[in-house]
Design a protein around this ligand. Structure first.
Ligand SMILES: Cc1cc2nc3c(=O)[nH]c(=O)nc-3n(C[C@H](O)[C@H](O)[C@H](O)COP(=O)(O)OP(=O)(O)OC[C@H]3O[C@@H](n4cnc5c(N)ncnc54)[C@H](O)[C@@H]3O)c2cc1C
Length: 397
């Protein structure tokens, strides 16, 4: 286990450049985006132009080549500014490009990964269905053999970027009765294929800049060139993507916690009650201490997990079974703790703001609404605890 860790000068320079970009181009539009509940097309375009939709992807495939550590640095900065933009990037990069990088053929990488990493095309990831949420292997969207390819029919729900994406990494059942062990296949479904339609888009408590879409597939015909990985091995494809997603979600949560804590610290120094700034009262100081402690602990967890994923590389064939188990347990740990600590820290930050924290349109009020979903998506925290406890009971600590 590697325990020494520091950022390189290049990584720090990248983080500083991202920070300046986001302050100038993204931060100013976030409140209006949230209020209008609009997908932030213009800022997404600018981020795509900067290469920010392909941060961890190797340069040979059109990305910035900064690995998972660089990607987490990026998402931490983005998480400080806005969770909607973080979710749009995460759905595309963690969940869309990871499967292509890890399981795509050279042909598929040229056709789908390169334009996605360069920011010319937007990706989404679709596993969830009305009857299949936590039990994500129970996929009922069917992929029937049709010529040398498949015909896909079914309904998917809750797809982030589902309304805007050019291509969906979509799980369908090649054999419903086999479930996750041989019955699920990952497909590359372009959204302009005949038979594909975007259905209802949900109204949500937070993440107002993201679409959360239903997808309707009515005999969508796909050739063998659109099968990602092996037929029947789609569940592995999805889980590999989610291991990356859970760590990057941790990085975005870390950013959210940092921003909320900084705002609370600032507010507490400037708000006077009973003749003193409220930062002088121990009740407030202890809250700030608890918030800072969670931030310190999470920073190590996130970057330790990201560095492990960089060391392992993107090729699943090169991973030993033990490496895979360690990676998955660590990703579940990061996701679960990050999302719960983010909710707690942002809640305390809101409390420090008093009534102002509850007023619509303040950054802390938006952060509070945006944070809650992280305990639910990319696998609920109950499922993360199942992943961790099964591994501990099977292999020990
Ligand atoms: C805003 C948003 C964006 C999303 N984006 C995407 C996306 O891009 N792609 C995608 O595929 N999905 C996406 N999802 C779906 C998300 O991943 C699921 O909502 C989540 O996995 C939970 O599934 P569910 O909602 O069906 O809840 P359920 O699985 O029905 O769970 C209900 C409750 O039961 C608990 N539970 C279930 N099984 C067990 C068990 N065995 N032991 C203990 N407790 C259990 C759960 O933890 C939860 O508390 C998104 C959802 C939202 C709301």
């Amino acid at each position: 286990m590697a325990i020494e860790f520091s950022f390189t000068a290049d990584q720090e320079a990248f983080r500083d450049a991202v920070r300046a970009f986001l302050a100038k181009e993204v931060a100013p539009i976030v409140a209006e985006m949230d209020e209008k509940e609009e997908f932030p097309t213009a800022t997404v375009r600018r981020m795509q132009e900067e290469g920010y939709f392909g941060v961890p992807i190797p340069e040979e495939y059109g990305g910035l080549g900064l690995g998972k550590v660089g990607y987490c640095l990026f998402l931490e900065e983005l998480g400080k500014v806005d969770a909607s933009h973080g979710t749009i990037v995460g759905a595309h990069t963690s969940l869309g490009t990871t499967p292509l990088l890890s399981y795509g053929t050279e042909e598929q990488k040229k056709r789908w990964l390169v334009p996605a990493a360069k920011g010319e095309k937007l990706l989404a990831f679709s596993l969830t269905e009305p009857g299949s949420g936590s039990d994500s292997g129970a996929v009922h969207t069917v992929a029937e053999k049709h010529g040398d390819g498949f015909s896909i029919t079914g309904n998917k729900i809750y797809v982030s970027n589902g309304r805007e994406a050019d291509t969906i990494v979509l799980m369908a059942a090649n054999n419903v009765s086999l479930g996750p062990n041989g019955g699920v296949t990952a497909f590359l479904v372009d959204t302009d294929l005949p038979g594909f339609k975007v259905g209802r888009c949900e109204k949500k408590m937070g993440l107002h800049g993201t679409s959360t879409a239903e997808l309707i597939l009515d005999h969508v015909e796909v050739g063998p060139d659109r099968v990602l990985g092996e037929v029947g091995k789609g569940f592995h494809v999805a889980m590999t993507a989610l291991d990356v997603g859970r760590v990057s979600l941790g990085a975005a949560s870390l950013g959210g916690m940092l921003a909320a804590t900084q705002q609370a610290v600032e507010f507490s120094k400037n708000r006077t009650q009973f003749g003193l700034p409220i930062s002088e009262y121990e009740a407030i100081q202890f809250k700030i201490a608890d918030m800072a402690m969670r931030i310190s602990a999470l920073r190590y967890l996130v970057y330790h997990a990201a560095a492990r994923q960089d060391r392992m590389g993107p090729d699943p064939k090169s991973w030993s079974r033990l490496e895979r188990y360690d990676k998955t347990r660590e990703a579940a740990t990061v996701k679960c703790l990050a999302s719960e600590w983010a909710s707690e820290v942002i809640d305390e930050a809101l409390q420090i703001h008093g009534g102002l924290g509850y007023i619509r349109g303040t950054p802390i009020e938006r952060a509070y609404r945006d944070a809650r979903i992280s305990e639910i998506f990319e696998g609920t925290n109950e499922i993360q605890r199942l992943v961790v406890s099964r591994d501990v009971l099977g292999r020990g600590l």
